[in-house]
Design a protein around this ligand. Structure first.
Ligand code: FAD
Length: 324
């Protein structure tokens, strides 16, 4: 239920605007690597120095105005230029709805094509992040269109909570694929709801892709899954060049460093920019303890109490609805 609460909060436009205005100033930087390109480049260089590569995400999603999508595209093009100029070990992650997927398919396709063209000139990889179920098929359709045009510097995500995850992983076996559990609230008709079912499907598709796919990004903070897959790759002699581990910036930092130190390819997902709110609320939905990461800086005692009381009211509301 807390998960539902935080996912509902993640879609609240008023709180989003307020967070955009005040959040980073108050300290959300523990999970966001800066607001501008020089700051994010600095964070990337620090991670690179530990042998960790990065995937850079300009925060922003569910854009409804063409000007905003165009601005996001220009900013992503500038990030690509900066990766090249700074010679850092990094690539791009982006959300198709940030580039106009909700506005017009052709418009989004053109934006994404321009990004892939620029990145391809510098041999930089671009990952299409996958969002909620309403946007899964349109995002894969755009990807298919761009693959047909011959782009080979693009990959995507498969979310293990979907019943169709196995079908997606097989379809995209020749791409670099990031496997995640899935961050959005999805109905039981299309997605597993229990952690044990999601975890089982995660292992099933990850093992399949490790054996049959081009390159697997194992994106999770779950040490059970990581340890299981470490044993799996060893047992099947899967070379280190065929997979990597990925985690989000600021989360389980010790484990990130440890995996890199053990000699595994490790890639940190590095978000930057002002639009951190929806991203962070999804992190709270996954694990309310993540509040600890910013609690001292972003939220004071008063706001924690408000969140606690609102969560309580939300849960009671849900319980009484059920009784009815
Ligand atoms: C690099 C990356 C990219 C992603 N991209 C996408 C995307 O494109 N689309 C999408 O839908 N989702 C994406 N996600 C989010 C993903 O779908 C999950 O929602 C998110 O990763 C939480 O699931 P988990 O696998 O980390 O483990 P969880 O199920 O959240 O955690 C499992 C267990 O791991 C341990 N654990 C987890 N976090 C911590 C912590 N911080 N400290 C200590 N122990 C911890 C706990 O024991 C916990 O019970 C991405 C995630 C990552 C890491």
């Amino acid at each position: 239920m807390l998960r539902d609460f935080f996912i509902a909060l993640s879609q609240n436009q008023f709180l989003n605007q307020a967070a955009r205005k005040y959040g980073l100033k108050l300290g959300a930087q523990s999970v966001v690597a800066g607001t501008n390109i020089p700051e994010v480049m600095k964070s990337i260089k620090e991670l690179n120095a530990h042998g960790i590569s990065c995937t850079v995400d300009l925060l922003g999603e569910f854009v409804s105005k063409k000007e905003e999508a165009t601005e996001a595209k220009e900013n992503i093009l500038a990030v690509i230029e900066a990766i090249h100029e700074n010679k850092v070990d990094a690539h791009i992650s982006l959300k198709p709805t940030q580039l106009g997927l909700d506005i017009d398919y052709q418009f989004a396709l053109e934006n994404l094509r321009e990004i892939l063209q620029k990145a391809s000139g510098y041999n930089i990889f671009v990952n299409f992040d996958i969002e909620d179920s309403a946007h899964v098929q349109p995002a894969y359709d755009i990807l298919d269109d761009l693959l047909r045009e011959g782009f080979d510097n693009v990959g995507t995500v498969v979310q293990a909570y979907f019943h169709r995850a196995e079908e997606y992983i097989q379809k995209y076996k020749d791409l670099r694929i990031r496997i995640v559990k899935g961050a959005y609230k999805e109905p039981a008709e299309i997605a597993y709801q229990d952690k044990k079912d999601i975890d089982a499907n995660y292992l099933k598709i990850a093992e399949w892709h490790l054996l049959n796919g081009k390159f697997t990004s194992i994106a999770t903070h779950d040490h059970h899954i990581i340890n299981h897959l470490k044993r799996f790759v060893e047992k099947h002699n899967i070379p280190k060049e065929k997979y990597e581990f990925q985690m989000l910036y600021g989360f389980r930092k010790d484990m990130q460093l440890q995996l890199a130190k053990e000699g595994y390819n490790f890639c940190t997902y590095v978000p930057f920019g002002q639009d951190w709110y929806g991203y962070f609320m999804r992190r709270l939905a996954e694990r309310p303890q993540n509040l600890n990461l910013v609690v001292k800086q972003v939220f004071n005692k008063k706001t924690n109490t408000i969140i606690g009381l609102t969560a309580g009211a939300f849960i009671l509301g849900r319980m009484s609805k059920r009784k009815k």
